[in-house]
Design a protein around this ligand. Structure first.
Ligand SMILES: Nc1ncnc2c1ncn2[C@@H]1O[C@H](COP(=O)(O)OP(=O)(O)OP(=O)(O)O)[C@@H](O)[C@H]1O
Ligand SMILES: [Mg+2]
Length: 259
């Protein structure tokens, strides 16, 4: 299920504004890759370009290539809706549909894709997705209650259940723990560790301890100044990035000297 991603010389634009310049990197399957860097360096922009969510913003586009198992996701015969189905996303603020039940929240993506499934297949999918998101035991007796009635950490795990219910190959997470308390954060980090056996996972985080704890590879992005494009400075095995990075700016950033 898990897939490899190769990015080649990617430039990302908002109209005339070049937000991210010249990114080349490989993202390994069955592993966790962390994106770190100061605010505004383009981490979210780059993340959204990986599942073609970037181009839904008017005037926004990319130049360059993103290959998944060798296939260019921006190829002329590729359907962006299929890309978004294969590459799921979890956002900073848990965003379950508030009036929908927990059950229907899990099934929302599947229904959006116009998939007809039987009641029993739906029940199985709800259970397996909630188990996958490590939420089943907490909600199994109230599946018909609204998603908004859960705690923040539970809502975020519900969003992860919704994302994995469509059986994506890649999971992109943009600061998934920034609105959560430390206990819920650790629960999500444990979950990420469990999920990586099946998925390619990319996580954006401002929390250096989190990047060090959960990721196999870390990519550091930086920006030379306001209005300048963000760039990938370096990427390596996470322990190397946090102990002996090649670049001074990486060392300064991971040790908290700026950013
Ligand atoms: N919808 C948009 N339209 C125009 N410019 C945008 C848009 N979204 C982001 N940008 C700009 O693109 C650049 C990169 O922003 P982005 O949100 O990707 O940074 P980030 O690294 O995720 O920052 P943070 O850590 O604060 O989330 C910034 O200059 C930002 O102002
Ligand atoms: Mg961001």
């Amino acid at each position: 299920m898990s897939q490899r991603i190769d990015v080649k010389d990617l430039n990302i634009y908002y109209g005339d504004f070049l937000a991210v310049e010249g990114v080349t990197m490989s993202i390994d399957p069955r592993s966790v890759t962390a994106f770190i860097g100061p605010s505004g360096c383009g981490k979210s922009t780059f993340l959204r370009s990986i599942n073609r969510m970037h181009e839904v913003i008017p005037g926004a586009y990319v130049k360059g290539e993103i290959l998944m198992e060798g296939v260019d996701l921006y190829g002329s015969d590729v359907d962006p809706v299929a890309v978004r189905r294969n590459i799921g996303m979890v956002f900073q603020r848990p965003n379950p549909f508030p009036t929908m039940s927990i059950r229907d929240n899990v099934l929302a993506g599947v229904k959006l894709n116009n998939k007809k499934i039987s009641r029993s297949a739906a029940d199985e999918l709800v259970e397996s997705s909630l188990r996958g998101a490590n939420l089943w035991n907490e909600v199994k007796d109230r599946l018909d209650k609204p998603g908004s009635g859960l705690s923040g950490g539970q809502q975020q795990r519900l969003c992860i259940a919704r994302a994995i219910a469509v059986k994506p190959q890649v999971l992109l997470m943009d600061e998934p723990c920034s609105a959560l308390d430390p206990i819920s954060t650790l629960a999500i980090e444990d979950l990420i560790q469990d999920l990586k056996s099946e998925y390619t996972i990319v996580i954006v985080t401002h929390n250096m301890q989190q990047a060090a704890r959960v990721s196999d590879k870390t990519a550091f992005f930086n920006i030379a100044g306001t209005g300048k494009p963000g760039r990938l400075i370096e990427m390596d095995d996470t322990p190397v990035m946090f102990s002996t990075p090649r670049e001074k700016s990486t060392e300064d950033y991971v040790s908290g000297r700026f950013g």
